[in-house]
Design a protein around this ligand. Structure first.
Ligand code: GDD
Ligand code: MN
Length: 380
């Protein structure tokens, strides 16, 4: 990490990773310098290049003659977008770091908004294509589907972040100091969120514009790397309880315990109503199911998600209705899987049911986490 007295030199460092960006590098650098000038920001630009062969390096060197706030690092080995960004984190001469692409996909005029979000207390500020006001232009359907799939997995780990694979973000340097980043692939933000220390965040909607000049470098191996990265982040959290992902693991465990307690409630009520109130057992079962939904809700609301709740009674009713609907759909999913696997896959119905229970459990957790208990530490 850089020397602490130089670390104060600039208010923000804008990292631009590049690989063969001769068509963009000069314009993007000027565009960022323009934003600095207009908003009166004492900022630095750090170009991290992976030995481009197309003249990108010479173009940056030429600019450095007129602009001392432009720095260049040419990396000799271990090439890759994420690795380059991490090297930029280490070399940045300021406490606030912004990452952008070189190809104008990210609107640089938003940089002052990122800066002010961090200066007002957010640990991380990410540009989002998937929050209200965000969008993507010129992306083919295939690329959109891949991105949506990636976002879906990312949201298992970071339920409150709408675009965890965005390449447009700013952080406080503290967030990554001491974090064991293992950068690979394209999704450096995921790595930062997964391994870094952060609490508050802010999202800024933006429209992603696909590159007009040069070629995108997204490959199939990128997708495989991404899946490995998600697993790695999930496992890392098991031994690093300061991460936000550990908080999700705890919720999942608690949600599971509550689910188990529901089985006891269900069985107890079924027995009592059938044996002592003389109800037909299928009628008792309806009451038993509802009773366990209610106790599950109360336990999840006051324990599993106690950091997410608003105390007003009207809000609590809303959460209850949401939980009820999701639970009933969960029962339908359980039965749907039971029926499908038994009838069409010839599976033993007990096994089909166990699988059904797991699928319904995953459904219940994911959807409740994203709908019923979605309140967050998102700075408005
Ligand atoms: N140093 C370095 N090394 N830079 C690289 C490398 C590399 O191996 N590969 C790509 N870059 C640079 C490019 O020069 C560009 O500035 C930026 O990283 C993004 O590369 P693109 O190839 O244009 O990315 P993309 O448009 O496919 O992907 C974008 O979308 C992703 C989200 O879906 C990027 O914004 C990613 O950052 C983002 O994660
Ligand atoms: Mn691009």
């Amino acid at each position: 990490m850089s020397d602490s007295n130089i670390a104060e030199k600039y208010r923000i460092t804008v990292i631009i990773p590049t690989f063969n960006e001769i068509e963009n590098i000069e314009n993007i650098t000027k565009a960022v310098l323009d934003v600095f000038a207009k908003s009166d920001i004492n900022g630095e630009i750090l170009v991290i290049d992976d030995k481009s062969k197309d003249g990108t390096i010479d173009a940056v060197k030429a600019m450095q003659k007129s602009y001392p706030q432009v720095s260049l690092i040419v990396r000799e080995s271990d090439h890759g977008l994420s690795q380059s960004v991490v090297e930029g984190f280490e070399k940045a001469n300021s406490e606030i770091i912004q990452v952008i692409d070189a190809d104008f996909s990210h609107p640089v005029e938003l940089i002052p908004q990122f800066l002010s979000a961090i200066e007002s207390g957010a640990d991380v500020c990410m540009g989002s294509r998937y929050t209200k006001g965000g969008d993507i232009t010129d992306w083919p359907l295939k690329r959109r589907l891949i991105s949506l799939g990636a976002t879906f997995f990312g949201r298992v780990l970071f339920p409150e972040v709408t675009d965890p694979v965005s390449g447009f973000f700013a952080i406080k340097k503290d967030v990554v100091e001491g974090a064991e980043l293992r950068p690979r692939g394209y999704k450096i933000l995921m790595e930062v969120l997964g391994k870094g220390r952060w609490q508050s965040f802010k999202e800024i909607p933006f429209t992603f514009k696909d590159r007009e000049a040069g070629e995108s470098k997204l490959k199939l191996s990128t997708i495989i790397d991404y899946i490995k990265q998600c697993i790695d982040i999930g496992l890392y959290a098991l031994s690093h309880h300061e991460t936000s992902v550990w908080g999700e693991w705890k919720k999942l465990l608690k949600f599971g315990c509550v689910g188990l307690s529901g089985i006891f409630v269900n069985t107890g009520i079924l027995y009592i109503l059938t044996e002592y109130a003389g109800l037909y057992y299928l009628v008792s079962s309806l009451f038993a199911i509802e009773a366990s939904i209610i106790t599950n809700f109360l336990l999840n609301d006051s324990w599993t998600f106690n950091d997410k709740v608003k105390s007003q009674i009207a809000e609590k009713w809303k959460r209850f209705v949401s939980f009820e609907v999701i639970s009933v759909l969960g029962v339908a999913i359980n039965m749907g899987v039971l029926y499908t696997l038994t009838e069409f896959a010839g599976m033993w119905y007990i096994l089909s049911n166990v699988i059904g229970i797991f699928v319904a459990f995953a459904w219940n957790f994911y959807v409740n986490r994203h709908v019923t208990w979605k309140e967050n530490n998102h700075l408005k």
